[in-house]
Design a binder for this molecule. Structure first.
Ligand code: G1P
Length: 279
């Protein structure tokens, strides 16, 4: 049903300079895998096999990563190092990858709109790869959200409670509780100051969007920071009662900054690498 997953990946990753000067931030390794690979694995687990990536200048390493390296294949064929490629080979076998370039950085809403030709007129997921999400207890976060989409057939955003002092880093929602960890969204604000925030329920980088979002983004004026904000476009869907916010099960690491990145690294080392589940 939902087959497509969009990865906006054109951003500069300024918080990680100089590491991200010549390398896409989505390629930063968390232990032994680049950030974006965790996101694609989560998408595939949820049954999303058509991977669409919005890239930009200097991001070619992303395309090379999701492709065969014949030299490497040849080099390690029949050796005990072949196991290192099992995970990435599975992604190449089971997913398709398509790309488009965002030539100007005009915000997340604009990045998603840039992906429209790859998505067309169907519901789709969006993953912001620098939010690394894991759930050791069961379904991955996107799998949880796809299940909800099947039930509600409307836009779903993933939320978590954040420190009330940190609302200015996120899109923040207010809504009515309609079930376990589920809210029908009434209001949403992009990066409000703590005193203006409608709650401390912050949107994190997982969305399932219905395709009417594209026309709504087109009608959205630049908002916070002069950028086209997805939160502002979503607010128009929310006014019709068509956005559900879901407090997901699992953990999320903000790998866009050093602290979350180090936490994610320690977590993945402990739970995936040391236990032999990292390839
Ligand atoms: C974007 C969105 C914001 C959301 C966040 C999640 O912000 O604009 O609403 O809460 O992603 O990571 P960014 O972190 O790209 O500034």
């Amino acid at each position: 049903m939902i087959k497509k997953c969009l990865f906006p990946a054109a951003g500069y990753g300024t918080r990680f300079l100089p590491a991200t000067k010549a390398m896409p931030k989505e390629m930063l390794p968390v232990v032994n895998k680049p950030l974006i690979q965790y996101g694609v694995e989560e998408a595939l687990d949820a049954g999303l096999t058509e991977i669409s990536i919005v890239t930009g200048r200097g991001k070619r390493a992303l395309e090379d990563h999701f492709d065969i390296s014949y030299e490497l294949e040849n080099q390690i064929k029949g050796t005990d190092k072949e196991k290192y490629l099992v995970g990435i080979r599975k992604l190449l076998d089971e997913c398709s990858f398509s790309y488009t370039r965002q030539t100007e950085m005009k915000g997340l809403g604009h990045a998603i709109l840039t992906g429209r030709p790859l998505i067309g007129d169907e519901p789709f997921a969006v993953v912001l790869a620098d939010d690394l999400c894991v759930n050791l207890e069961g379904d991955g976060v996107l799998t949880q959200m796809v299940k909800l989409y099947k039930q509600y057939r409307c836009t779903i955003v993933a939320i978590q409670e954040v420190d009330p002092q940190e609302t200015n880093k996120y899109g923040v929602i207010a809504g009515d509780l309609i079930g376990d960890d589920l809210y029908r969204v009434r209001n949403m604000v992009e990066k409000p100051k703590p005193e203006d925030a409608p709650s401390n329920l912050a949107i994190i980088g997982r969305y399932i969007l219905t395709p009417d979002i594209f026309a709504l983004i087109e009608q959205t004026e630049p908002g916070k920071g002069g950028e086209i904000q997805i939160t502002d476009a979503l607010m128009k869907q929310a006014q019709d009662g068509c956005v559900i916010a879901y407090k997901f099960k699992g953990k999320r690491f903000d790998c866009g900054g050093a602290e979350g990145y180090i936490e994610a690294t320690n977590f993945c080392f402990e739970h995936f690498y040391k236990t032999g589940k990292a390839y």
